[in-house]
Design a protein around this ligand. Structure first.
Ligand code: KG4
Ligand code: ZN
Length: 342
């Protein structure tokens, strides 16, 4: 009998989360994520430990995703996996696993670009979620990337501007580290920021091109500010944590909003999406929601579970490629550096 439904098993292992998802067409049936606690005490991801943890997690995570979806391996139409960008040792685990399973089941293999997938997560069908129309602008903000991308079709993307140094997620995580918070510190800075005064301390914004970002100067500024104040009062961080976090968050979100405004001005496009781990941030979500009312933008904010790394986003990208018969050869290799346009 001809198969009507498409079932994609997706695997994501680019950094420190092992994730597997099953999609039925553009709907998510399961999305299992195993976070790796092991890195928190090191203040950042330790690549060797990440690949070892992926190796341990991948089989149970995939098994759970299939079980929770209520299907069997024999129902699968294709296997999608993250080819890059990411940590090579981590990517290799997902890539090798996906290849072996696709070979074993004799079904197509589909390679997915992790950064495209963050953006394409907007095409996951959910009852209460609107899907952005083309063309739209996406602010892609994660631990490794900060870009303004123009999307004219699912796989037609153009980078209008990006960071010249650190990514915004890095700025969050490094600020958190300076404050003695565990990795990844972004969500914690966000949590404390919500209780603090955003105008308590002021930091200067970088001077770069209209659609460019720079966060390394801000990080140094925060470091010197904290060092100076701790010299004068050893309890400075403890006594002012929520205000420091709120002030850092305010500065970062001001920068992001300013850049989106510049992109709208330059392109005339008012359909605005955000994607990537930092799009989980409460303040950027709030400010974008307000922009709908204030400036007549149509904003698209991903569901919380599709912001940080997850396999559902790999699944939707895989599904869209599947519809175009865009399969990968079994000889395909993982690639640590991959542009969003590749
Ligand atoms: O997309 P992602 O999961 O991994 C990469 O592809 O990099 O992004 C992870 C980044 C980390 O830097 C993390 O601190 C940041 O996203 N992040 C946040 C929040 N949630 C995650 N940053 C600020 N506020 C948050 N709520
Ligand atoms: Zn990511």
């Amino acid at each position: 009998m001809e198969k009507k439904e498409v079932y994609i098993l997706a695997i994501e292992s680019s950094c420190d989360d092992t994730s597997a998802a099953v999609l039925q067409n553009d709907e998510v049936l399961s999305n299992i994520i195993a976070n790796q606690e092991v890195h928190s005490k090191y203040g950042g991801v330790v690549p060797e430990l990440a690949s070892r943890a992926h190796q341990q997690n991948i089989v149970p995570v995939v098994q759970q995703a299939i079980e929770q979806a209520g299907i069997t391996k024999q129902d699968l139409s294709a296997i999608a996996f993250t080819r890059g960008p990411g940590l090579m040792g981590s990517l290799l685990v997902g890539t090798s696993f996906a290849k072996s399973l696709a070979l074993g089941l004799n079904i197509p293999l589909i390679d997915v670009n992790h950064m495209q997938a963050h953006i394409l997560a907007h095409f996951i069908k959910e009852d209460d979620c609107k899907i952005p129309p083309f063309p739209f602008i996406c602010l892609t903000i994660s631990g490794g990337h900060t870009q303004i991308v123009k999307i004219t079709n699912h796989f037609e993307m153009e980078v209008l501007g990006e960071t010249i140094d650190d990514a915004v997620g890095e700025a969050y995580d490094k600020s958190a580290k300076i404050l003695g918070l565990p990795y990844p510190g972004g969500p914690l800075v966000d949590k404390y920021a919500q209780q603090g005064n955003p105008k308590a301390f002021s930091f200067t914004q970088p001077k770069v091109g209209d659609l460019e970002f720079s966060f390394s100067g801000l990080k140094t500024q925060i470091l010197y500010f904290i060092q100076k104040n701790v010299r004068e009062n050893p309890d400075f961080i403890k006594e002012n944590l929520v205000d420091i976090c709120a002030s850092i968050q305010y500065t970062i979100v001001e920068i992001l909003m300013k850049k989106i405004k510049n992109a709208v001005k330059q392109t005339g496009i008012k359909n605005i999406a955000i994607a990537g781990g930092v799009s989980a941030n409460s303040e950027i979500r709030k400010r974008l929601n307000e922009a709908d009312k204030h400036w007549g933008w149509n904003t698209y904010i991903p569901k919380f579970q599709y912001t940080t790394d997850n396999a559902a986003m790999i699944g939707i990208a895989g599904y869209l490629k599947f519809l175009n018969n865009n399969y990968s050869d079994i000889s395909i290799a993982a690639k640590a550096r991959l542009k969003v346009t590749e």
